[in-house]
Design a protein around this ligand. Sequence first.
Ligand code: ADP
Ligand code: MG
Length: 500
Amino acid sequence: MHLDGSTADGGNGGDGRGGVDVSAAWGRVKRRLRAELGEDVFASWFARLELEEVSGGVARLTVPTRFLKSWIESHYIDRVLTTFRAEAENIGRIEVGVRGASAPARPAPSAGKPSPTSGPLTRLHATATQAALQGPGPMVETEIAVPRGDAGVDLNGAPLDARLTFASFVVGRSNALAHAAAERIARNDGEGALYNPLYVHAGVGLGKTHLLHAAGHAAREAGRRVIYLTADRFMYGFVNALKTQSALAFKEKLRAIDLLILDDVQFIQGKSIQTEFGHTLNALIDSGRQVVVASDRPPTELETLDERVRSRLAGGLVVEIGNLDEGLRTSILSARLAAVRQSHPNFEVSPQVSAYVARAITANGRDLEGAVNRLLAHATLTGAPVTVETAESAIRDLVKNREPKRVKIEDIQKLVASRYNVSRSDILSERRTAAVVKPRQIAMYLSKVLTLRSLPEIGRRFGGRDHTTVLHAVRKIEKQIGEDAVLGDEVELLKRMLQD
Ligand code: ADP
Ligand code: MG
């Protein structure tokens, strides 16, 4: 976090301290919001709100989605400002941004339409049902007209991205099952719901959202009524419906669809919302509507949801998308390159460069997309052909981020020493008191598992000890970790601290 509390506080708070500790103030702001708004509201809208920086009297906050941003801006911005000011008086304004926003902004067809609302309760012409299903005024998401259904009422799901179709989805070993299930469901006509719900889970960037959008497009093309919602949307729809007393109408509306697609369900939280989520799910599934959900974890690990909801989610077909193997990465990459070439015919990437990128970027599809954008930027800016060497430097940070960090033995010794209140020279010394022996052994163990150093080398770095001493320490700690969960956690924590 970058904090700049000292430059611009002018006459404000001229106590010579150059401003308050903004970070601590922000912690208090969050606690106050939680206390004042209640746990449910806080968990839904503020839990993921973070302070990025304060500069020139402007506090810049971030959230993970555009949806949260517009919701906070339209409903809570004054509240946040007032609360923040009470803790740090030099804050004059609040800005909310989207973390890691790199996707190009989509045109927003509904943005220009007059929508003079300041909140869900003041929406003018909407019926209760519409109010329950439509976004707040300032939102700039496309509203989707349902192809058939009652009297042209818009159901306000999130828009489907036109690029994310089955045609552009590359099938490989790790996603074949998820793909087959999604396709089967999307193209299903009249067989009733198959595996219901279909639950797809995978780590970030492995194609969940792509697959969900693809299923949405295909089902819509087949004339079926589809709503795609993110968890945020679902929660918004619900909170809003509760406020306008039309929860029933909202549920009725959801039941009037053929396919409900819900992305990122791991974000659903809040007691009343998850209860209603459970009801909605039951109602849809029991009436034979197809439900497809995606999450970053299996149903059993959705800690914010209660047991019944979890088991309902697990009760259909649960499929995991595994890591992209090199073959799949290569295909995704060439598909992407081909797509980019349509608008940039001069953009040439040799097979060698493709192979390099597909090998270097192992983590996920999002980084592959990022890599293509870097290469394109490089090619357009320099006009020079992309070589393996230029590719290497263009994508260096994408690659580097993924490599496990190299840990130094010296850093291990320092961290472990400070954690156990001894000095690094104690660890290197001959002393054999328990207070020193234990941290020493832990440090040796960590040196063995976090570095590529040999046992004799580690011994030398620990005050010239024999390699058998190191081996003994490693075995001993390994054994203790297995028996003592507290120690296990402790060592795990040390590992993480050393690695990031
Ligand atoms: P997730 O929702 O699992 O985090 P996304 O669906 O957003 O991941 O995928 C991240 C990026 O990788 C997107 O640009 C997506 O199009 C691409 N991608 C992932 N898997 C595939 C695939 N099998 N075929 C084509 N593109 C893919
Ligand atoms: Mg996603």
